[in-house]
Write a protein that binds this ligand. Structure first.
Ligand code: CP3
Length: 332
């Protein structure tokens, strides 16, 4: 069942992962994060773990947005405590990258896992497939890491717009195929993560944020992929209104820095809103969490809304806090 067919859906970004002891247990069996990400059994189990523990409404297939540079043959490593580290390449070398057929084959395990998860998952639950938005993926490809605030990317967006646009087109093509394959394997809802939307100047939004995402959606629709599409332009602030008017998505995920009451007033009525509890509040718990969840539910009571956080669950989040939120949402 896709996410729009569900009544009052609730799920959490990064619901699979380090806050779950059962995830840490299977994750410990593989040294390398990518080996885990491409291992059929690990994908199936880690995708289902949050559903088994919390009985929430959506599963999101366990993978990462950086599988795209990986299949484009840019070397990538996930270093514990440091995050991803990609081989440093100049823009001209990035433009020369082509699909590595052997590495692309690794994604077959992801698609096979989607088919298996769809079989095991209750028909009333939705299964989300995803990719990174092209600019966010390009940020990692150009800078190689996120620790320094994507300085190289920001400079290049100003000094060599045409080359960046060319790189974005390459990412659009590969991401379109990846989303179609996820859809055909059984994902009924698709999500595009623009985690670094905040790195772009407003005057360049059209070229770097809107056009690439619009193109992916247009490609999907022209190939009869009719799954609802969620976009998540993180860190964009009030420009989210302009964003939602320009990128033709069904659902927009809202980060914790935007007031939901403001979003309801300002974002066009036919777009469904998702979010936006602060992950820090979920981490800390207590009365403040309870009050925020109740306030959010009251704010969205007259509009279709998908309950979620403003970003991913933080690794140290207590499981009891997640249960507490689910209980409040379900009892309202
Ligand atoms: O439960 C889920 O949400 C599904 C799995 C998922 C992961 N990454 C697993 C993961 C999803 C949807 C992502 C998306 C992702 N990956 C984004 C977009 C969303 C966001 O958080 O902004 C981004 C920017 C990435 C890139 C990435 N992957 C980073 C920066 C890191 C390291 C930092 C971190 O959060 O750990 C990863 C690694 C990663 N991806 C982990 C997980 C569970 C942790 C690695 C581990 O278990 O060792």
């Amino acid at each position: 069942m896709n996410i729009l067919d569900l009544k009052k859906p609730i799920w959490f970004m990064r619901q699979a992962g380090r806050h779950l002891p059962e995830y840490r247990k299977i994750r410990a069996k593989k040294n390398n994060f990518l080996d885990f990400c491409f291992d059929y059994e690990s994908i199936v189990r880690s995708t289902l773990q949050p559903i088994e523990r919390y009985d929430i409404d959506c599963a999101i297939i366990f993978s990462d947005i950086l599988v795209i540079p990986y299949i484009l043959d840019q070397k990538i490593d996930f270093i514990q405590g440091m995050g991803p580290k990609l081989e440093t390449l100049e823009i001209k070398d990035l433009l020369n990258l082509t699909l590595n057929r052997r590495k692309e084959k690794d994604l077959d395990n992801c698609y096979r896992a989607i088919r298996k998860v769809r079989k095991l998952l209750n028909k009333n639950k939705c299964l989300i497939g995803f990719c990174g938005a092209p600019l966010t993926v390009a940020c990692y490809m150009i800078d190689g890491e996120s620790k320094k605030g994507f300085i190289k990317t920001k400079k290049l967006l100003k000094s060599d717009k045409l080359k960046v646009k060319k790189l974005l087109r390459k990412i659009v093509d590969v991401s379109t195929v990846h989303l179609i394959n996820q859809y055909k394997s059984g994902c009924d809802t698709l999500m595009i993560f623009e985690s670094w939307a905040g790195s772009v100047d407003f005057k360049h939004y059209n070229d770097f944020l809107y056009e690439p995402v619009k193109q992916i959606i247009k490609n999907l629709r022209s190939l009869n992929v009719n799954a609802p599409i969620i976009v998540f332009p993180k860190g964009i602030g009030k420009k989210i209104v302009d964003y939602s008017n320009n990128v033709f998505a069904d659902i927009i995920s809202i980060d914790q820095n935007i007031e939901m009451s403001w979003a309801i007033k300002n974002i066009q009525k036919d777009i469904i809103l998702q979010g936006n509890i602060d992950p820090e509040k979920l981490l800390i718990g207590g009365r403040d969490l309870e009050t925020s969840v109740k306030k959010l539910l009251k704010t969205v009571s007259n509009r279709k809304h998908i309950f979620n956080l403003g970003h991913g669950i933080l690794p140290g989040t207590p499981i009891s806090n997640v249960h507490k939120v689910i209980n409040i949402v379900r009892s309202c």
